[in-house]
Design a binder for this molecule. Structure first.
Ligand code: DX5
Ligand code: ZN
Length: 234
């Protein structure tokens, strides 16, 4: 199966620390994007929340379009929404390079994941901390990445839940190196080490990054820790 240039580049760049714009200053969105670009970010994580699947609202398609117009960085769009099948096309058109849907929203994930493959987007499945890996086992062959939630989705700034580490370790035995493992929620300079040791390739970071004065120094330090502790063969 051939992979898109964006995925090929991502594979060549791991470990990748991804700023989650949820924690940025939205009053300065363009400037925040420029700051993380200059800080060396390789991809941006955009959290879409519908107030239904998760108890919070964030932003939608017009903001994804605006971010797309403002940067050449790939966009990784995390759909925390019910009925994602209704919206994947729209988010792809808005500029998503990677799209992640939640298994908890999909009684049968395979048709939607097939559809996403046909769209040429990087295909991801995510699961919440209480959701067992057995629920995604049957669709891993259709995924380019698996997003392991290390907090209940809906809010930034929560404490890391170690249940994610066990899932990352077990996922390494369930998928090949062509599937990237992503961790999201409570990732900071302390927890990044454990995540890397457990097998994460992509590290989503919101509040720990945007609370810093110097994004470049933080991204460098975080990426260094991820690289130093990775259990993946270089
Ligand atoms: C949480 C979102 C995360 C969030 C992470 O529901 O999926 O991407 O922005 O934020 P931190 O890093 O603050 O936990
Ligand atoms: Zn997210």
């Amino acid at each position: 199966m051939s992979i898109s240039p964006v995925l090929a580049e991502l594979h060549a760049s791991v470990p990748v620390v991804e700023p989650s714009l949820l924690a940025c200053d939205f009053a300065q969105l363009g400037q925040e994007i420029r700051r993380v670009e200059q800080a060396g970010a390789r991809m941006l994580h955009l959290d879409i929340m519908d107030g239904h699947f998760v108890p919070n609202l964030s932003f939608g398609v017009p903001v994804v379009e605006a971010v797309h117009r403002s940067t050449h960085l790939p966009l990784d769009v995390h759909l925390m929404i019910s009925e994602p099948a209704r919206y994947v096309d729209t988010f792809r058109e808005a500029g998503a390079d990677l799209l992640t849907v939640h298994i908890e929203t999909l009684p049968d994930p395979r048709p939607l994941l097939h559809q996403m493959r046909r769209m040429g987007v990087g295909v991801g499945i995510s699961l919440n901390p209480p959701t067992p890996l057995s629920q995604i086992e049957g669709c891993l062959d259709l995924c380019d990445h698996v997003l392991v939630m290390s907090v209940m989705p809906g809010f930034g700034g929560q404490e890391f839940e170690p249940v994610a580490l066990d899932k990352l370790r077990r996922l390494q035995t369930m998928v090949g190196p062509e599937v990237l493992l992503q961790v999201d929620g409570g990732v900071n300079l302390e927890t990044v080490r454990q995540c890397a040791l457990a097998g994460a390739d992509l590290f989503v970071v919101g509040s720990a990054l945007f609370s810093q004065e110097n994004y470049g120094q933080f991204l460098e330090e975080m990426t260094g820790l991820a690289r130093k502790n990775t259990c993946k063969i270089a």
